[in-house]
Design a protein around this ligand. Structure first.
Ligand code: GCW
Length: 698
């Protein structure tokens, strides 16, 4: 809200430097000052760099001619950090002689510095605040939209979208009014996101044309997002040379195919010179890919990488490849193994501008999964980690489910044990000076290297609150912040979001609001886990749309997502000793930890082991009693957050937000009760073991 800009807007601001993003900062500051009574100057006072006019805030490129306070800050930064460069997107925030200074080498850094000051509000101007230097951990902080131009007969317009239609497309065409796209760019820049793909990874017929005759649509979106430093990427269909080019083949090693991609890509860059690159889902869930021609995924990705290389573009090639026509009778096929089996042997074969994009877990965005073993298995490949901000399996933006704690856990996971790099270290691509300087990592070094950054599926649509559930905005915000700095504390990030969304100075009782939202959201991921599929077993959702419980919904389908519950026990045996051998895809210590029934963490037990209902967990409870307890508890927690929200004065958040959240909390409670009763009843019927506490099980 405009109120969030009060601290900046009520001050005397000077913006120095040239460039599109510097202009954006100027416009932002001008707009804020017009509203809140401050003023903006664009040139150094006196023209000779001496401060003959007082300013409160100076935002300057380090190359700009600047007043003495700015050069003093720059010299001080160099002296204390021993560095020359602030970094491409980085900035310094410091105070000098009563002036708050933001200094950046590049326009993008100035933009992020500006939003940092907005985020800090009044505290940014506290002269006692020590100087800060910020730069992103990930150079690529990307959102994938799963938007279709046309409304798909089954998936609707936005696949797994829960916030209305697409913000880009309407009635089969680009929207005429792109105001909201511009506002989205602004929102994303404030979160730290700098790249975005505009269409679904399942590229249907109409959408395939975005690459060629409908490229103008993509260019128009790029124009709206460019002033906020966001590069546009496109999902492309691997069979484009056939579908669009009339060639008889899409074989990546066929010269005609390579030529076709080279020419198509050349046209893209003629139209959009700062185009980011392609996103590809190939040989997955019915999408075409290199397998049809006896080629592998490195052949496919490298062909596109070669087409993009002359222009500095990248291909994000997804590792989400598995057999979706499995036979449930066949216990030797394990979907969890698929990405590793396909990709690990290809390590080292991908071009520098081919990024292998890996879902954080080996299955599919479940509420609890182990970290994908692929992340540790490709030291000579640039890997990006993919999250799902859209809540496909976590309540579909009808349930409160703040996902940052899960992402933060994944990012902090150390696949090689305590001394090795974290997932965030592996994905980070910030400290490279380009391909030539890239040191190819050895498996466990954790040193300077190039990863592929962080990616997430967006949760935004044309809904008036952007994300359907107003509180789901926090997930979008947190994704951007964690991609900028994976070490941030999710609770602190939530605080930032609360303050920026419901500005304290404009809210009657900010502390009360903050307390309520933390009580509702901090643990909401764990609450969701409690009332849905237990102990890492996953799924148990309604097939197709994936909302609400259906324990056996997928049990006899070809999708490879089974729980194997019978009268004696439940879970998937993925051990090397007696199961699918999936545990062997991890390096030590995890290959041993997960293999061992005694050491496997409780929350992942049923992901790795098939155990009897009486198996005693490390927390002392039996599996069956744990199922009952968590399901009763989860529903009680939902009832409690609903009560907290009801008690909150609606004026603290606005009556509209209050009403929408209330309505959704009713649905969350109804759905949680349905989960509790179906799961508890199902396992009671299978096991015959009553609840030790005698609660009602149907
Ligand atoms: O989670 C599954 C979804 C599909 C999606 C697929 C993917 C875009 O159910 O809708 O397709 O993952 O990630 O490609």
């Amino acid at each position: 809200p405009p109120e969030a800009f009060r601290a900046v807007g009520s001050r005397r601001v000077l913006v120095l430097g040239e460039g599109l993003l510097v202009d954006t900062v100027r416009e932002e500051a001008t707009r804020a000052c017009a509203r809140h009574g401050g003023g903006v100057r664009h040139r150094p006072p006196g023209g000779n760099g001496t401060a003959d006019e007082p300013f409160d805030l100076v935002l300057a490129l380090s190359t700009a001619e600047a007043p003495a306070v700015v050069t003093a800050v720059r010299d001080e930064f160099r002296r204390t950090s021993g560095q020359d460069a602030i970094g491409d997107e980085g900035f310094v925030l410091a105070h000098r002689d009563g002036v708050t200074v933001v200094l950046a080498d590049e326009p993008a850094g100035l933009l992020y510095g500006f939003f940092h000051v907005v985020r800090l509000g009044e505290t940014a101007f506290d002269a006692a605040r020590p100087a800060e230097h910020h730069r992103p951990a990930m150079r690529r902080r990307m959102l994938n939209h799963w938007d279709n131009v046309d409304v798909h007969p089954v998936m609707g317009q936005v696949e797994r979208g829960y916030a209305g239609g697409s913000i880009f497309w309407k009635d089969g065409a680009l929207r005429e009014d792109l105001t909201r796209v511009r506002a989205y760019g602004r929102l994303l820049a404030a979160c730290g996101v700098n790249a975005l793909s505009v269409n679904n990874v399942n590229v249907h017929r109409t959408e395939a044309h975005l690459l060629t005759d409908r490229l103008g649509d993509v260019a128009a979106i790029a124009d709206e997002l460019r002033p906020y430093g966001i590069r546009v990427h496109l999902s492309v269909n691997f069979a484009s040379p056939v579908i669009l080019g009339g060639l008889p083949t899409a074989d990546p090693l066929d010269e005609r195919v390579r030529q076709w991609w080279a020419r198509a890509t050349e046209r893209v860059y003629q139209t959009i010179p700062d185009f980011g690159g392609y996103v590809v889902k190939a040989d997955s869930e019915g999408q075409p890919g290199p397998f049809a021609y006896g080629r592998d995924h490195a052949d496919g990705a490298n062909m596109l990488a070669d087409a993009l290389a002359p222009y500095g573009g990248v291909v994000h090639w997804r590792a989400f490849v598995y057999n979706h026509r499995q036979d449930w009778r066949d216990r030797s096929t394990d979907r969890a193994r698929a990405a590793y089996d396909h990709f690990a042997p290809l390590d080292g074969r991908f071009r520098d501008n081919a990024i292998v994009q890996v879902k954080y877990g080996p299955m599919d965005f479940q509420v609890r999964e182990p970290v994908s073993p692929v992340i540790a298995a490709m030291p000579a490949t640039r890997l990006a980690v993919e999250f799902q901000v859209t809540q496909e399996y976590t309540g579909q933006q009808r349930h409160v489910c703040y996902l940052a704690p899960m992402w933060s856990q994944v990012l902090g996971f150390r696949p090689f044990g305590a001394d090795g790099p974290s997932v965030a270290d592996i994905a980070t691509d910030a400290d490279t000076g380009g391909a030539a300087e890239r040191a190819v990592r050895t498996a466990a070094d954790g040193g300077a290297h190039a990863g592929g950054g962080l990616v997430a599926v967006s949760n935004v649509g044309d809904d008036r609150f952007w994300t359907g559930h107003p509180l789901a905005q926090a997930n979008l915000y947190a994704f951007g912040r964690l991609a900028w700095d994976p070490r941030l504390d999710p609770v602190a990030v939530l605080d930032e979001w609360i303050d920026l969304t419901f500005v304290p100075s404009a809210t009657a009782d900010p502390e009360r609001l903050r307390r309520t939202l933390h009580a509702m959201m901090d643990e909401s991921w764990l609450t969701y886990e409690r009332y849905t599929a237990p102990l890492g077993v996953g799924f148990m959702v309604r097939p197709g749309h994936h909302y609400g419980p259906d324990v056996d919904g997928y049990e006899y389908t070809p999708w490879g997502t089974y729980h194997f519950a019978d009268r004696d026990g439940v879970g998937v045996d993925r051990t090397r000793a007696t199961g699918t051998g999936f545990t062997g895809q991890y390096p030590k210590p995890w290959s041993d930890v997960y293999e061992s029934l005694a050491e496997c963490p409780d929350e992942l037990l049923l992901f790795f082991h098939h155990v009897p209902y009486g198996h005693v967990l490390r927390n002392g409870s039996t599996v069956i009693q744990h199922i009952y307890d968590t399901h009763f508890e989860g529903v009680e927690q939902v009832a409690e957050i609903r009560r907290l929200w009801e008690k909150l004065d609606r004026e603290l958040v606005s009556p509209e937000v209050h009403a929408r959240v209330s309505e959704l909390l009713d649905e969350q409670l109804r759905c949680a009760e349905e989960w509790r009763d179906q799961i508890n009843t199902y396992f009671f019927r299978k096991s015959g073991v009553p609840d030790a506490r005698g609660r009602r099980i149907y």
